[in-house]
Write a protein of this length. Structure first.
Length: 253
């Protein structure tokens, strides 16, 4: 009990620190947007922050889609039905074996043409490309985690007369979640960094604002230094959040 209490105190303090840093960052961002500073290079920051909301929205929506796709495709890849395995295997290999930039262009520029006639907004195309690409990598992580479950536990579940669905929900998925969390954290960071590609389909994210700013003022070093710092400040809280979840085992037992 003392160890558990000490751990809870550390987790609470850690969470308060992260929340406090995020609140300070948001407050500074709002202040810089309302009252732009005149000292270089921070005078460029308000313009870059105009694309921050788009970058965050892309990350959240893309991550949600990738998580759903990864779990569904990963479970399907472990299915005993060869047709299901073949279809999901084709999806995984195509999206892992081709460039995410080409996938983004294909979704945005090709799908609106015949015979598809499917027009998507830049945001929808970005979320779809990011979610499907990262979801393909995540599917292999899920498949590997499911395959790592000891066969004795599967046999014990069958002996208890569990249905396949119940066995998946009560035995396999909870244990697999512990194994997939660290690589999923890495994929989340990769997804965040990949959001910069949507600037090529006219979506006004942080990178798009930076490229436009570079063309207008020509201060290349300062612009890209600020972009680098912004992406790091976005990625680091995600890293801390994943590390915190890794230390929590109660939700997966």
């Amino acid at each position: 009990m003392p160890n558990e209490d000490h751990l809870l105190v550390k987790i609470r303090n850690y969470a308060f620190l992260v929340i406090g840093l995020l609140a300070i960052g948001i407050a500074i961002g709002v202040e810089l947007t309302v009252n732009p500073p005149e000292t270089a290079p921070f005078d460029l920051l308000p313009i870059l922050l105009r694309g921050l909301a788009v970058t965050i929205e892309l990350t959240l929506l893309g991550a949600a889609l990738a998580l759903v796709v990864a779990i569904v495709a990963g479970v399907a890849r472990s299915s005993g039905h060869i047709i299901v395995r073949t279809i999901t295997g084709f999806y995984v290999e195509v999206f892992r074996g081709t460039s995410i930039l080409v996938q983004l262009f294909w979704i945005f520029f090709v799908l609106p043409l015949p015979p598809f006639n499917l027009s998507l907004t830049p945001l929808q195309a970005g979320v779809l490309a990011l979610g499907l690409n990262v979801g393909a990598y995540g599917a292999e992580v899920v498949r590997g985690a499911i395959g790592a479950i000891p066969s004795g536990q599967i046999e014990a579940s069958i002996a208890l007369n569990m249905s396949p669905g119940l066995m998946m929900r009560r035995v396999i998925i909870p244990q697999a979640m512990v194994r997939i969390l660290p690589p999923f954290g890495n994929l989340l960071i990769e997804l965040l960094k990949a959001t910069s590609l949507v600037s090529l389909i006219t979506l006004s994210d942080v990178t798009f604002q930076g490229l436009a700013l570079r063309q207008s003022v020509g201060r290349t070093t300062e612009v890209f230094l600020l972009i680098l710092v912004i992406y790091f400040l976005l990625a680091y809280p995600l890293t801390l959040g994943v590390r915190w979840l890794e230390r929590q085992r109660q939700w997966a037992t």
